[in-house]
Unconditional design. Structure first.
Length: 191
């Protein structure tokens, strides 16, 4: 399969920095609420397409649209309200171990196209019988419904394991106005 190496905007062609680490960084930038929307968009454009694209101010909207499509591996936008069961940043050690165990591939020293990386991620071993890579064992644990366990000791053991491997929740970043409002409320309440 041919994976995209370039995007075209009008008569301009921009090279995509296709390594999976770059795409993970772009997703990290896109989810960073501590910076403004424009800065996040420009960060993704620059990281993925480089300085030439960053200087193409007339095509930011189209470049961002193409970046989103690329980062979703060409698939349609799927909105899901479910909590994620994996984080590329937090789970990278498990991802590396899973690639090594399933594919005998050390991705820490491998340049790999983002789309190929995703294809291989989707193919990692996963079985309800327990024969699966470490990443999918952890994801299965995170998704496990504890209420199905009747034995209180076993339910507590599973709950403890889920807490041990839980993803860190990102704290929402408050705006300056929100912080000032909270300070005024605290003053009124005498806190």
């Amino acid at each position: 399969m041919n994976y995209p190496e370039y995007v075209k905007v009008g008569d301009k062609k921009y090279h995509i920095n296709t390594d999976f680490r770059v795409a993970i960084k772009c997703n990290q930038i896109a989810e960073d609420n501590s910076i403004g929307d424009l800065e996040r968009a420009l960060g993704v454009i620059y990281t993925l397409f480089g300085e030439e694209a960053l200087n193409d101010t007339n095509n930011y909207e189209k470049l961002l649209e193409l970046a989103k499509k690329y980062l979703k591996c060409g698939k349609e936008d799927i909105d899901t309200k479910e909590d994620p069961d994996m984080s590329y940043q937090e789970d990278m050690d498990y991802i590396e171990a899973s690639f090594m165990s399933d594919y005998h591939l050390d991705i820490s020293n491998t340049k790999m196209h983002w789309w190929k990386f995703n294809k291989l991620m989707n193919g990692l071993s996963n079985s309800e019988l327990g024969n699966c890579c470490i990443l999918n064992r952890i994801r299965n644990l995170r998704n496990f419904d504890e209420s199905k366990i009747e034995d209180p000791k076993e339910r507590q053991r599973i709950h403890k394991a889920k807490m041990q491997f839980a993803l860190h929740k990102k704290e929402p970043t408050l705006t300056k106005e929100q912080l000032e409002s909270m300070e005024k409320l605290n003053e009124l309440l005498g806190i």
